[in-house]
Design a protein around this ligand. Structure first.
Ligand code: HEM
Length: 213
């Protein structure tokens, strides 16, 4: 029996897209439990992981300039470019945003529509392909950052003494799945606009923050 999947609906309905994708990769409540287990070990490490990710993003001009552009808008001064450092108030704020995101990703128990919308919003925020954002980060940097963070979290799994081999395996599989799901919810917004029908909610302003209560 072949299951019918509606191509258009994959582009227009986040829940439908997530259900299809998660069923394909077998992302289940057991994976969510595994991520919740990882949270216990990973939460104290999140400041270090986030710091590492931003250090990476500041190593090359091609990634650093996205923050400089945003900072120039925020600061409004011509010297903002020279002044921006990892410790600048704006960067501390951005680190907090990434920390909050990672905590939520690991701690979330119910993958509600609101949570899926939050993950999708984080993706949408990074590209202006749909006219939905004030920033426009090329996907190569997103993919690199996702990989970098996933690897740091994998190191947490394997360095945690209290996890036995079976737990390590389950958490590693769950971690890989969750990052592929997030990657898909980034890519969805990077697709050709002629085929991607998911638009910015009309109520959402370009500078509005992604929230999930
Ligand atoms: C693992 C991949 C990434 C994740 C999970 C992530 C997550 C986030 C989150 C949660 C926000 C806040 C969204 C909001 O406004 O509510 C944000 C904003 C932002 N991100 Fe990312 N990000 C990623 C990769 C990148 C990369 C690679 C760049 C640039 C090289 C980047 C640049 C920015 C900028 C410029 C903002 C806006 C900050 C502001 O409002 O001033 N992000 N990101």
């Amino acid at each position: 029996m072949v299951e019918h999947i509606e191509k258009d609906k994959l582009q227009t309905n986040i829940r439908y897209r997530f259900d299809y994708f998660s069923k394909f990769i077998n992302f289940t409540s057991e994976d969510i439990n595994a991520l919740n287990t990882l949270a216990v070990a990973a939460l104290p490490r999140i400041p270090v992981i986030v710091d590492g990710a931003y250090r990476k993003l500041f190593q090359c001009d091609i990634t650093k300039h996205y923050f400089v552009i945003q900072n120039d808008k925020f600061d409004g001064s011509t010297t903002a470019k020279e002044k921006l450092s990892l410790d600048s108030a704006q960067m501390v704020y951005r680190k907090d945003m990434l920390s909050g995101y990672l905590k939520r990703l690991l701690l979330q128990r119910e993958w509600t529509d609101e949570f899926l919308e939050y993950l999708s919003c984080v993706g949408r925020k990074h590209t202006n392909k749909m006219g939905a954002s004030s920033i426009d980060v090329d996907y190569i940097h997103i993919n690199a950052t996702l990989t970098y963070i996933e690897n740091l979290l994998t190191e947490v799994i394997f360095s945690h003494e209290k996890f036995d081999d079976h737990t390590k395996k389950n958490i590693s599989l769950a971690l890989n799945k969750v990052f592929r799901i997030q990657s898909d919810l980034f890519l969805m917004h990077y697709l050709d606009t002629s085929t991607n029908l998911i638009s910015t909610p009309t109520s959402m302003h370009k500078h509005e923050k992604c929230i999930c209560s």
